[in-house]
Design a protein around this ligand. Structure first.
Ligand SMILES: [Zn+2]
Length: 407
């Protein structure tokens, strides 16, 4: 991959056989004109070619231009656990391995592995990450990196309500706030306090939700593997009254679901839950390869689409995935749900993530945005239909030839 870090004063014209962008239908034989790090024109090559003599011209022939990708859910600090936790047929078996091995990690190990993982994110075409951290060890790494980040300082507190000091955004490409780990590790009062902190500051409230059958069982009657684990670890609270409902219904009852809420996973939902998510206009991040790794099953993507729920994609951490590749997440969903459009999945992985985290000007591929995008080597073209081209591009795992940075 050739990385092009754009500077003020530069003028480029890049031609490609296909351009998947955010202004309208994909372009065939299109071009992107960049001036001073911004996309100043996007259209058919025949309309833009007069610029070719004045700009630095890159004729990428049969290549395909795609928007930069958004990985909406990662935990970089768990990167040292790659290949050290076995894929599991049961969520709590995976969780027990995670808790044991995470406690043995040193800060140096976490930092060094996170730097390697960050390089992998860049190589995989990622321009924005939704990063969850408990240690804050990844903050500096992300601040220095040529990508945008929405950082969630995650709270685990099943016994009472935490004090939330003010977290300030300092760089234009980095936002920081608090998130709650899950309905089974954070008390109802703390969940409401974290939501309230975010709501007042117009930030995103994020929480893992409805990931495993064990979570469903725990919220229904307060028993099972999760209850045992909390008791063993001294985290149980006698004040906790199981709500007797689904995780989504429980969070709705707490009043924390709205258009600024992001639920991670949502693998185990009932019809009523889909209706709540749709009515409350909640965002959901699907992490299908992590779900397969931890043995919880796959999210019901067709049903999410039927209910028109706002979706984004994430890899989750290298403790429950072997790659940090959004292309690989799309490939997995295309393999399991071939009836779903590749164009829809690309939108989830680009525009939706940029909208969710408020980075549309930096990350969308349209006139007026900063020029962050990818040029991929061509698939075997069997058709000029955009859906077919994109599907074959993603399924055949084409290489990223160029990555343009306008950071
Ligand atoms: Zn996670």
């Amino acid at each position: 991959m050739e990385e092009i870090f754009l500077q003020e004063g530069q003028h480029f014209l890049i031609r490609a056989r296909f351009i998947f962008h955010h202004e309208g239908p994909p372009l065939i034989d299109g071009a992107v004109e960049i001036r001073d790090k911004n996309i100043v024109n996007l259209g058919p090559y025949r309309n833009l070619k007069r610029e070719a003599s004045r700009a630095k011209f890159i004729d990428s022939e049969d290549c395909v231009i795609l928007p930069i990708l958004v990985n909406s859910h990662v935990h970089l600090e768990l990167s040292p656990l790659r290949f050290r936790i076995h894929p599991s047929g049961k969520f709590t078996l995976w969780l027990r391995q995670l808790l044991k091995k995470r406690s043995q990690l040193s800060p140096i190990e976490i930092r060094e592995s996170s730097k390697i993982a960050l390089r992998e994110l860049l190589n995989e075409g990622t321009g924005l990450v939704g990063e969850v951290t408990n240690t804050a060890l990844t903050l500096d790494i992300l601040r220095e990196a040529p990508l945008c980040a929405y950082i969630f300082q995650e709270i685990l507190s099943f016994q009472g309500s935490p004090s939330l000091n003010e977290l300030k955004d300092q760089e234009p490409c980095i936002r920081i706030t608090y998130s709650a780990h899950s309905p089974y590790t954070v008390s109802p009062l703390a969940i409401q306090a974290i939501k309230s902190y975010n709501q007042k500051r117009k930030k995103i409230f994020c929480i893992h939700c409805a990931e495993s059958p064990e979570e469903i069982e725990f919220l229904k009657d307060g028993t099972g593997h999760i209850a045992n684990l909390l008791k063993e670890r001294g985290r149980w609270s006698d004040n906790f009254v199981p709500p007797g409902t689904s995780p989504v219904k429980y969070l709705d009852t707490l009043g924390v679901l709205n258009q600024n809420t992001l639920l991670i996973h949502c693998v185990h939902l009932r019809d009523e839950d889909f209706e709540i998510l749709s009515t409350k206009n909640v965002w959901v991040c699907l992490c299908p390869r992590s779900n397969l790794y931890t043995g919880v099953g796959l999210p019901d993507l067709p049903r999410f689409l039927k209910y028109k729920i706002k979706l984004v994609l994430g890899t989750d951490s290298l403790a429950s995935n072997d790659r940090l590749s959004i292309f690989e997440e799309i490939r997995t969903l295309l393999n399991f749900y071939p009836q779903v459009s590749a164009l829809t999945l690309l939108e989830m992985a680009t525009l939706n993530g940029a909208k969710l985290f408020g980075f549309e000007n930096q990350l969308t591929l349209k006139k007026g945005s900063l020029a962050n995008f990818l040029v991929l080597s061509p698939p075997t073209f069997t058709s000029d239909q955009p859906e077919e081209v994109l599907r074959s591009l993603i399924l055949s795992e084409r290489k990223i030839e160029y990555r343009f940075y306008a950071h």
